[in-house]
Design a protein around this ligand. Structure first.
Ligand SMILES: [Fe+2]
Ligand SMILES: [Fe+2]
Length: 273
C-alpha cells in the first residue's frame, strides 16, 4: 500500500500547492491513501466546508485537524456531516465530529486514521496515550485494519517520539503535525511503525510558520497589541512523508520525505518512480 501524509495546509499558498500538485502525484505514484492535516487551511485558522471539499477533491482521502480545528465556527456544524474530516480524538466528550475514521482504498484495504492532540505546551486535554490505546485495542492492526495512520498534533518532539515508540508495531505510521517545520528524523522504528516528528506544512516557506513575517517579528520585538496574523501570500510547497506499507503485516516497508515546491530543499521517494 502506498500512503502519502502531508502536514498542515496553511492558507491559500498551501491549498494551491495541494490542488496543483496532488492530483498528478496521486496518479504518478499510484497512491492508495492520502491523509492531509488541514487545521490552518482557511487563512491560517481552521477550515471551512468549501475548503474541506476542495482538499478532498484534490485527492485527500482523510483530513485531520488540531488545536485550530474550530477556528472557523462553521466547522462545528459541518464536521458532523463530513466523515472524512477528523478533529483530535481526545477533545472533551460532546465535542462535535469524530477523531477516528476507517477509509477503504480502491483495492478494498481498510485504513484506520486517528487524529490525536498532545498535552505538552498545549491546552490541557485528555491523555493522548490512553486515547490511542483505546482506538488501537478497538481496531488492531492486521485484524480489523490493514493499515493505521496516527496524526499526533503536538508541540513537543519528546511527546511525539514517546507516543510513536509506545505504539511501535501497532500502527503503520505515527506522524507529527503542528510545528509546521519538517523534521529530518523520518524512519522506521524497530517493530515496524514509520515515524516522523513533524511532517512540516503545505504552505509558503518564505514565512514564519506559513504566516506573513512582519507581524510575528513585531510580536517578538514588542509586547504591544498589533495586527492580525495573516497567511503568507507567496507560492506554497508541499511537505510530508511517503510510506510504503507491507500488505501482509500493515507495517512500514519504506519511508521517504516529500518536499515539493519553492523555498525549501526538494525531496521525494525515489522508490516509486
Ligand atoms: Fe498547524
Ligand atoms: Fe496546530
Amino acid at each position: 500500500m502506498r500512503l502519502l501524509f502531508l502536514g498542515d495546509i496553511v492558507g491559500r499558498p498551501g491549498r494551491n500547492a495541494v490542488s496543483e500538485r496532488l492530483p498528478a502525484l496521486r496518479e504518478r505514484w499510484r497512491l492508495d491513501c492520502v491523509v492531509i492535516n488541514g487545521e490552518n487551511a482557511a487563512g491560517g485558522f481552521g477550515i471551512t466546508e468549501a475548503i474541506c471539499d476542495e482538499v478532498l477533491s484534490a485527492g485527500a482521502d482523510v483530513i485531520t485537524l488540531g488545536n485550530h480545528a474550530f477556528d472557523q465556527r462553521e466547522a462545528l456544524v459541518f464536521i458532523e456531516r463530513q466523515p472524512r474530516l477528523l478533529r483530535p480524538v481526545n477533545f472533551p466528550p460532546g465535542t462535535p465530529g469524530r477523531g477516528v475514521t476507517m477509509m477503504e482504498t480502491r483495492n478494498g484495504a481498510r485504513v484506520l486514521v486517528v487524529n490525536v492532540i498532545g498535552r505538552l505546551f498545549m491546552d490541557a486535554l485528555d491523555d493522548p496515550f490512553a486515547a490511542i490505546d483505546r482506538e488501537l485495542d478497538a481496531c488492531p492492526l492486521g485484524q480489523a485494519a490493514d493499515a493505521i495512520v496516527i496524526d499526533v498534533h503536538a508541540e513537543a518532539t519528546s511527546e511525539k517520539q514517546a507516543l510513536a515508540y509506545y505504539v511501535d508495531g501497532r500502527a503503520s505510521l505515527v506522524v507529527g503535525t503542528h510545528t509546521h517545520a519538517p523534521t529530518a528524523d523520518h524512519r522506521i522504528l524497530p517493530s515496524g511503525t514509520a515515524f516522523q516528528s513533524d511532517a512540516g506544512m503545505c504552505g509558503d516557506y518564505d514565512s514564519v510558520l506559513g504566516m506573513s513575517k512582519d507581524e510575528p517579528i513585531r510580536r517578538f520585538l514588542q509586547k504591544t497589541p498589533g495586527s492580525r496574523l495573516e497567511a503568507s501570500s507567496g507560492e506554497g510547497a508541499l511537505s510530508g512523508l511517503a510510506v510504503e506499507i507491507d500488505d501482509r503485516t500493515g507495517l512500514a516497508a519504506r519511508v521517504a520525505a516529500v518536499r515539493l515546491g519553492p523555498n525549501i530543499e526538494e525531496s521525494w521517494p525515489r522508490f516509486w518512480d
